[in-house]
Design a protein. Structure first.
Ligand SMILES: Nc1ncnc2c1ncn2[C@@H]1O[C@H](COP(=O)(O)OP(=O)(O)O)[C@@H](O)[C@H]1O
Ligand SMILES: [Mg+2]
Length: 294
């Protein structure tokens, strides 16, 4: 369906070069990248703008703070949290902790991990292992999102997210991303997540892809993937538009999660959103954008 260069052009598909030259360069000013490339700054600015975000439990900035990590984690009555690099991308370095046992902490995939192993992981984050350009980084410890019932059925051991592409403050395309056994609790397609196209009017699942192949059922849960409607869809779109406006960027990917108790929340904003969302929606972004008169 997507083979042949001229054919792609005819279908209004956006390639990486066109994304960079026609959308990112003219609409995203470099001076504003700082806010979206650092998830600590994104979170603080979102709170000021009244956009809901997962609660920040702690940030770890120096290796010395790791000695107190056991205390920092114990201060939290809840045993669920997520550790992530402030400057990470594509799901890199994200560790989802779902509980605690006598042997240690329980990861989303059921694996037990000890405190020294978590300290080692954070030490790697601080060293820049997952950061853009390998620069020194900060580790974020934040509230773990609790899945709504629909997502518990659809996803495998992790939290799905909704990716919205917002162009000129208007939502133009949407995709639900589902964690799989292979993706380790993260929804990113590059980690092995499933991408599911969403209709813009009501957030209904339309087509699903895994590694660019169309599928109809989740391979790990057997759950049928098509025909589901996202709850709180208007709120999801509203958060996307507010996030793009807050970031002062004209072409962005906004990641939103749905918490069982707190509703839709902003996870992050991407200044260089990937282009696979077109395959999950069987439509090119250029075609979509021009059909909307933008
Ligand atoms: N607070 C959280 N609770 C549960 N899962 C999370 C949380 N933060 C991130 N994740 C998982 O990791 C994925 C990637 O998170 P994100 O913050 O967008 O980082 P990245 O920049 O690496 O894409 C999410 O889609 C979700 O599956
Ligand atoms: Mg993301």
């Amino acid at each position: 369906m997507f083979s042949g260069f001229h054919r792609l052009k005819d279908m209004g598909i956006m390639g990486i070069n066109s994304r960079n030259l026609d959308f990112i360069a003219p609409h995203n000013r470099r001076q504003y990248y700082r806010l979206v490339d650092d998830k600590v700054i994104t979170k603080k600015t979102a709170i000021e703008a009244g956009i809901p975000v997962p609660e920040l439990f702690a940030t770890i900035e120096y290796q010395e703070q790791l000695k107190r990590l056991g205390d920092i984690l114990a201060q939290r009555s809840c045993n669920q949290f997520v550790i992530k690099p402030a400057k990470g991308s594509g799901g890199g370095g994200i560790m989802v902790i779902k509980g605690r046992t006598a042997a240690g902490y329980l990861r989303a995939n059921g694996q037990v991990i000890t405190l020294p192993e978590i300290q080692y992981h954070i030490s790697n984050i601080l060293g820049g292992l997952y950061a853009l350009g390998g620069a020194r980084d900060v580790a974020i410890i934040e509230q773990c999102i609790e899945n709504i019932d629909l997502f518990d059925k659809l996803a495998f051991q992790g939290v799905p997210d909704i990716r919205l592409v917002i162009y000129k403050n208007t939502p133009v395309m949407a995709m639900l991303r589902l964690p799989t056994l292979a993706s380790g609790g993260r929804a990113n397609l590059h980690s092995g997540g499933i991408g599911v196209g969403l209709s813009m009017d009501q957030g209904m699942t339309t087509n699903a892809i895994l590694h660019n192949q169309y599928i109809t059922h989740h391979g790990d849960t057997d759950a049928p993937l098509l025909g589901h409607i996202m709850p709180d869809w208007d709120q999801v779109l509203d958060i996307g538009v507010k996030a793009a406006h807050m970031a002062k960027l004209g072409y962005v990917g906004v990641d939103i999660v749905l918490d069982k108790h707190h509703g839709p929340m902003l996870l992050e904003i991407n200044a260089r959103p990937g282009i696979s969302i077109q395959i999950a929606n069987r439509q090119g972004l250029k075609a979509r954008i021009s059909s909307m008169g933008l």
